[in-house]
Design a protein. Sequence first.
Length: 251
Amino acid sequence: MYVSSVTYESPDYRGLTYSVQYAFSNQAAAPGGLGFANNREFGAAIKYLHGGLRAAVGYARLDGPNAASNTNGATYGDYPGAFPLWFKRVDTNLSGKTSNAALAIGSEQIIAAGGLYQIGKFEFGSVISRTLIGKLAISGASTPGFNTANGRFDIDSAEVSASVYVTPSYIVGAMGKYSDASLHTGSGVIPMHWWTFGVGNDYLLSKRTDIYVALAYEIASGKGNVAQVTLDAPSSNSHQIAFTIGLRHRF
């Protein structure tokens, strides 16, 4: 969540729009790495719409996210969630002991680009992204040598999807995603990989209300690695299945 932020969205220039955002640390300048850059976020995105094409690219940077030294900053409480849970499971698998690891992220950068193209009843999409987590402080890990003040986690992902409008109000789709990552700890570099496959359908009850069902299956590989579908709790092994059903209303 962003406690206080400023966002500008441009007018539509023949289908092209852009936006920029800055979320404040809400902290005055101070020595020792504290101040304006302690728990802040900034980013920008460009979107293009034309005919059946929808495309966008965006970049975001977070400095000191979820910093314990600044709980009133841009992000706190709900960030990060999935990453520490995954790391603890990997630490447990490698050490054979229950992990009590704690993580402090110095910075995170995300750049992503994606597009959708609709041809008649069919829609095809793709997304590529790169996430760089730096200045990763690891403490309390059970795996020998894992603890460090300057770790890193880099992950690259590519996804493709296809869907068909069976009727104007009923959509069926499928997707596939591959992620390649490297975890840098005090004991060296561990390569990680994930394959994720999913199917789903969406039924529109009205323009703003729909019912959706989705099924995802993920396979992980790499030393100690485990599957973790989206933000769910990680699996205890290299496989995980997630099933979702929901009713959604847009206000």
